[in-house]
Design a protein around this ligand. Structure first.
Ligand SMILES: Cc1cc2nc3c(=O)[nH]c(=O)nc-3n(C[C@H](O)[C@H](O)[C@H](O)COP(=O)(O)O)c2cc1C
Length: 93
């Protein structure tokens, strides 16, 4: 789908589906705010950034930098890559 097709697809979807639309896939703070502001989605879900940022809501709210995610630990078998990413320090800005 090219960039011009996306809004058309969203409008088509909107006429068929009356409920809230949650967009997901490759969003960051800026693009998430933009798609909601443009009315193409009601909410945005985060996957990979949530895995590497246990305090993602705070980081987005305060516009703090995000921890990079490590693809090698996705779908891993233990706590590595799931519970060991650091929280932002209290004073981090
Ligand atoms: C390691 C990993 C596990 C995931 N597990 C699920 C899952 O159990 N159910 C689900 O609906 N999506 C799952 N997803 C997909 C995410 O919810 C999300 O749709 C996807 O990662 C795209 O968003 P992102 O670009 O913010 O990561 C998973 C993604 C990753 C990277």
């Amino acid at each position: 789908m090219d960039a011009h097709a996306a809004p058309v697809a969203v409008q088509y979807l909107r006429t068929l589906f009356k409920g809230p639309i949650i967009a997901a896939g490759g969003f960051d703070r800026k693009s998430a705010e933009a798609i909601v502001a443009e009315g193409h989605a009601d909410m945005v879900a985060f996957g990979r950034h949530f895995i590497s940022n246990p305090d993602l809501p705070r980081r987005l709210r305060e516009d703090l930098p995000l921890n990079a995610y490590d693809r090698n630990s996705f779908y891993g078998g233990d706590e590595r890559g799931y519970t060991d990413y650091p929280f932002a320090s209290v004073s981090q800005k």
